[in-house]
Ligand binder design. Structure first.
Ligand code: THU
Length: 133
């Protein structure tokens, strides 16, 4: 976990950001994550004329994760058009948590944080295992 190349992750996120479809907000976002097997997955935001249907960059990223073989997320970053690191929105923290390796790291506006720090007491897959169905 200590040898994460954050510069590379940010570069991949920036590349993804250039593919964003954000004609309504004009706020382009790119996200990238390191997967447990060493792959890097990425995504951009894809908006819609029906505004509420727009997809965050993290949605495309988890799609890329699954389409390229699955696995767990080790480290994550997302950037805007200015190349600034931005926080994943609340819904996207939940999306990321589903596929997070325990202790997954995020580069945030306040430094490197764990998934548990940005989504404390998360509801996750294990909560569903605990109930009898
Ligand atoms: N956005 C993302 O792609 N990810 C986030 O975590 C924050 C917000 C997008 C959604 C929308 O297309 C634009 O940024 C403005 O909110």
């Amino acid at each position: 976990m200590t040898d994460i190349d954050w510069d590379e992750l940010r570069a991949v996120a920036t590349e993804a950001m250039h593919r964003a479809y954000a004609p309504y907000s004009r706020y382009q976002v790119g996200a990238a994550a390191l997967v447990s097997d060493g792959r890097i997955v990425s995504g951009c935001n894809v908006e819609n004329a029906s505004y509420g249907v727009g997809l965050c960059a993290e949605c495309a990223l988890v799609g890329d994760l699954h389409m390229s073989g699955g696995g767990q997320l080790v480290a994550f970053v997302c950037v805007n058009k200015e190349g600034q690191t931005i926080m994943p929105c609340g819904r996207c923290r939940q999306l990321l948590n589903e596929f997070a390796l325990p202790g997954m790291l995020l580069e945030t506006v306040s430094g490197i944080r764990t998934i548990d720090e940005v989504l404390p007491d998360a509801f996750g897959p294990r909560d569903l295992e605990e109930v009898s169905r």
